[in-house]
Design a protein around this ligand. Structure first.
Ligand code: IMP
Ligand code: MG
Length: 179
């Protein structure tokens, strides 16, 4: 089915689960007793966030923000638009932003500033994937699942033109799909 469009698997479903579990355990230790607020950045983070939460064993609240910056292409336009804002007041809260992938960093540095002015107690960043080679904004994540090469990848929440979010693993598409 959609698997036929994948050229190569980068991170298998088992590799992802094992790493997400480690991140959840680390976050549990770091945030225990702080009643953190996890903010998932939609849509890409929804699969990761859902898995990560189940390995976090401390009281916490969750919220989501929806942003868009990409349109249908594979490189950022540099502009970030908030399509859904926070529903919680973040003042005094320990906020952890949960992202699928940190690429240029434009999206997260914008969101970090957006939340900072609302006076949280702290603001951290947890990203499943990091492409440090492509960083344009000055931003360093606190938790990284995997560093990945500079290729456009899909699956486990990540899309190409809104497709492939439902793949249970992360891979790279065949070149003809992008054409
Ligand atoms: P940044 O603002 O350039 O860091 O872009 C972050 C957003 O771009 C992510 O939340 C993704 O939605 C999208 N993105 C960046 N790289 C990829 C990729 O390789 N595959 C799918 N989406 C990506
Ligand atoms: Mg996207």
């Amino acid at each position: 089915m959609i698997e036929k469009d994948i050229e190569r698997v980068f991170f298998s479903s088992d590799q992802i689960s094992a790493r997400v579990r480690e991140l959840g355990e680390q976050i549990t230790r770091d945030y225990d007793g702080k009643n953190p607020l996890f903010v998932g950045i939609l849509k890409g983070s929804f699969v990761f966030m859902a898995d990560l939460m189940r390995y976090v064993d401390t009281y916490c609240d969750i919220d989501f923000m929806a942003v868009s910056s990409y349109g249908a292409g594979t490189t950022t336009t540099g502009a970030v638009k908030i399509n859904k804002d926070l529903t919680y007041n973040v003042e005094g809260r320990d906020v952890l932003l949960v992202e699928d992938i940190l690429d240029s960093g434009v999206t997260l540095s914008y969101l970090k500033k957006y939340i900072e002015v609302r006076k949280p107690a702290s603001i951290g960043i947890c990203t499943l994937l990091d492409k440090p080679a492509r960083r344009r904004a000055d931003i360093t994540p606190n938790y990284v699942g995997f560093e990945c090469p500079d290729s456009f990848i899909v699956g486990y929440g990540l899309d190409y033109d809104e497709r492939y979010r439902n793949l249970p693993y992360i891979g790279v598409l065949k070149p003809e799909i992008y054409a």
